[in-house]
Design a protein around this ligand. Structure first.
Ligand code: MTE
Ligand code: HPA
Ligand code: MOS
Length: 776
């Protein structure tokens, strides 16, 4: 009789490695680390003016307050006063000019957080205001850019537009988004002996924090160690922005020779840190009677805020995703990276992808209504083919396209056609509440667009009792990366999952790690850790072969046992014996993504290793008297390849969808006429609450492993589902169109589709817009 194969960790819905401890309040975030005696608490001094000359800082009133220890300003920075961000265009503390409301000019240090915050408000800034640019259109009109424009062209868009039997033009805007991580930005800088530093940072990128802190302090990188056990959410908001806090805290700690902790309160976090980039669009599209795209001219005006930060790669990714799932034959895309006097906008789940995808989905929705066709038919008509019409506008061949069968299956299981008819009947008899439906796909490119970041390292230790410790360069932000990496290592060594722990991310253990971003955390670190574990397994296999006189290929590691044709031993015994025979029980591992390359100047080549696919079918209802709207039902079919952990993947899909729904419905950022963010707290900025979860929400996986050789046959899942929420946006526009009736013209609406905007869109294209509350 053959023994049943030992259960593997990969493919199993194991709970998140910290879930139980997190719900019990028994895990440590940076702010929970017991403070060292003498720790000072910091609060930021921020600009109240969007653009101006900084003529003076008067701290006397603040310094006279109880508990206040001192102030740090730009002059106190021992190293470079310019942040070591790649564009070198951001001062650490504003010095001669301020460039947005909320720009940090310095810190107040005090013996308690509240004393520091109270005192920071008493610091008087003397600022001579200058004209401010607050929206991308005004910035573009004045050629105010953080980086040069980029144009990507294929074929002859102008000629194709001329030839096309139909043409449409339009303009619209899509708002930004606050990350609203539950744990706000925080850093704790602790001086060590001999000009060495330990910085605890809630960061997606410890290596960059290390580099920035070292640069600001004028030290070599090896003197700075950065540690992050976990974040309470990052969502891209801690890819670069966490570094600023760490640098500020370290500069203050350097000045006073004491540990310094800086935790922003929620309002300051909103006012100071960058958000998702708001976009403005202008397009002209030409198409035939069937809705097939012929020519497209698309301009993307990207609101980058006052500095480059990650705006270059974000704007590039928007260009790469302006096709979403569709073949754009003759196309011209113009991307302007507009410099405005707002926070410096940054990475946010999807990293410009959502802003590209929503443009083409909006255009296809417009085309369908213009021709009186079902939007799903127009979408299907334009999908990439599998053998032809399968080269993107950036010259990458789409080799793994599964969208046609995936959409067909979802349309069937979600009963798209039947519901379309049912909704039409329902709308005909419902005078006030109207429904809408949309099915939209996602094709998301996996790999960092900056090719060099697609590398990872890991260090795996097996201790003499057989327990395993994994260190890798990735960070845990709730997505379950550590759990998945531990699953991969457990299977590679054939030990039970509970024998494997993952350490805090630490620049002293794994150097030069990329940000945990671009959804590639498991692809990169999972493989690096797998390779490290494989080295150890090979050492053990060679050792066992020597004992049993067999070939290395005959040794099996599974279920905590090591077997050869001669017999079976517990893994722990093998480890103990191997140690006694001086066999190395730990190893490093390194991985670099194969096949990718592209030309940064023309944006052509193969930037992505593979694509992650998915589709969502969403039904909404709108109240035509108030504009209020709800998502009633969502059916999702998403491609995670062969899932390493189905429960975690479903969590990512649901969470990503809901976060995208918030972006497109209720989360509205409003900057007032003087450039102050008016929506800077949960009282005015509405993320989805539990009650906003659609009553019907079904998530299925596409049943096929990754066609590229990726860890366990899986696919990245962190960001792609965010864009499934564009089905909410298209369903809302469908509901508006159905409420207005046939031939009522295009549905013009900016995102997010707040109640006001839906109400406005219901009035139709003839009406004039109300005074907007501010710029976006
Ligand atoms: N899920 C949770 N719970 N918290 C987060 O902060 N960030 C998202 C996504 N899912 C995030 C999340 C973003 S922006 C990215 S890029 C990926 O997780 C990063 O992790 P991964 O590469 O391990 O998927
Ligand atoms: N995604 C996220 N972060 C990044 C990327 C990307 O593609 N490129 C550089 N930083
Ligand atoms: Mo995610 S926006 O790549 O951190």
């Amino acid at each position: 009789m053959k023994a049943a194969p030992a259960p593997t960790a990969c493919g199993t819905s194991l709970p998140h490695e910290s879930a139980r401890a997190q719900v019990m309040g028994a895990v440590t975030y940076v702010d929970d680390i017991p403070e060292i005696q003498g720790t000072l608490f910091a609060a930021p001094i921020t600009s109240t003016v969007a653009h101006g000359r900084l003529l003076g800082v008067d701290s006397s009133a603040a310094l006279a307050m109880p508990g206040v220890h001192g102030v740090v300003l730009a002059a106190d920075i021992p190293g470079s006063p310019i942040l070591a961000a790649f564009a070198h265009d951001e001062p650490i503390f504003a010095q001669d000019t301020v460039q947005h409301v909320g720009q940090v000019v310095g810190l107040v240090l005090a013996s308690s957080v509240m004393a520091a915050r109270r005192a920071a408000r008493r610091v008087k800034l003397q600022i001579e205001p200058l004209p401010a640019l607050l929206d991308p259109r005004s910035a573009h009109a004045q050629a105010s850019y953080v980086l040069p424009p980029v144009h990507v062209r294929r074929g002859d868009a102008a000629a194709a537009l001329q030839r096309a039997p139909h043409q449409l033009s339009g303009s619209f805007e899509v708002g930004g988004q606050e990350h609203f991580y539950l744990e706000g930005q925080v850093a704790y800088a602790v001086p060590q002996e001999q000009r060495q530093w330990l910085v605890y940072s809630s960061t997606q990128h410890p290596g960059e924090v290390q580099h920035w802190v070292a640069h600001a302090l004028g030290l070599d990188s090896h003197r700075v160690r950065v540690e992050c056990r976990r974040m309470g959410g990052g969502f891209g908001g801690k890819e670069t922005q966490a570094g600023h806090l760490a640098v500020w805290a370290a500069v203050a700690a350097h000045k006073f020779g004491r540990p310094v902790k800086l935790r922003l309160d929620r309002d300051d976090d909103f006012i100071i840190t960058g958000k998702r980039h708001p976009f403005a669009y202008d397009y002209t599209v030409g198409f035939d009677d069937s809705g097939r795209l012929m020519g497209l001219d698309l301009t993307l005006l990207v609101n980058c805020g006052f500095s480059a930060d990650l705006s270059g790669p974000v704007a590039d990714r928007a260009i790469f995703h302006s096709d979403n799932a569709y073949f754009l034959e003759d196309v011209a895309i113009h991307s302007y990276r507009c410099k405005t006097n707002t926070q410096s906008h940054t990475a946010f789940r999807g990293f410009g992808g959502p802003q590209g995808v929503i443009a083409i989905e909006t255009i296809l929705g417009d085309i369908a209504r213009h021709l009186g066709l079902d939007p799903l038919d127009v979408r299907l008509r334009n999908l990439y083919g599998t053998n032809e019409r399968h080269v993107t506008h950036y010259q990458m061949t789409v080799e793994d396209n599964i969208l046609e069968p995936l959409i067909t299956r979802l349309a069937h299981t979600a009963r798209y056609r039947e519901r379309r008819e049912a909704i039409a009947r329902w709308n005909a008899q419902s005078p006030v509440v109207k429904r809408g439906l949309a099915l939209t796909p996602v094709k998301f490119g996996i790999s960092f667009t900056a090719t060099l970041f697609n590398q990872a390292g890991a260090l795996v230790h097996v201790y003499t009792d057989g327990s395993v410790m994994v260190n890798h360069g990735g960070t845990e932000m709730g997505q379950g990366l550590h759990t998945k990496v531990a699953q991969v290592v457990a299977d590679e060594l054939g030990v039970p999952f509970d024998r494997v722990l993952v350490s805090a991310s630490d620049t002293a253990r794994v150097p030069n790690a990329s940000a945990t971003a671009a959804s590639a955390g498991t692809d990169l670190n999972g493989r690096a850790a797998q390779f490290a574990a494989r080295n150890i397994r090979q050492n053990l296999a060679a050792f066992v072969c020597g004992l049993d006189g067999c070939g290395a290929g005959e040794v099996q590691f599974a279920g905590g046992l090591v077997s050869t044709p001669r017999g079976t031993r517990p893994f722990n015994d093998v480890v103990a014996q191997a140690y006694a025979n001086r066999i190395q029980l730990w190893s490093d591992g390194f991985y670099r993504t194969p096949k990718i390359h592209y030309d940064k100047t023309t944006l052509t080549g193969r930037p992505f290793y593979y694509f992650a696919y998915g589709a969502a079918c969403t039904e909404v209802a709108i109240d035509t008297l108030t504009g209020e709207n709800r998502v009633l039902a969502v059916d999702i079919l998403h491609d995670v390849g062969q899932s390493i952990n189905p429960a975690l993947d479903v969590g990512q899909i649901e969470g990503g969808f809901i976060q995208g729904m918030g972006w497109l419905t209720t989360e509205e950022l409003v900057w007032n006429a003087s450039g102050k963010l008016a929506t800077h707290a949960p009282s005015t900025y509405k993320i989805p609450a539990t009650g906003d979860t659609p009553p019907h929400m079904r998530v299925d996986f596409w049943p096929e492993p990754n066609r590229e050789d990726n860890v366990f046959g899986s696919k990245a899942v962190g960001e792609p589902p965010f864009m499934l929420a564009i089905s909410v946006w298209e369903a809302l526009r469908d509901a508006v169109a159905q409420a207005r009736g046939p031939h009522s013209g295009p549905v013009r609406m900016d995102a997010p589709a707040t109640a006001e905007r839906v109400l406005w869109a219901l009035r139709g294209p003839g009406a004039t817009a109300p005074e907007s509350p501010g710029s976006r």
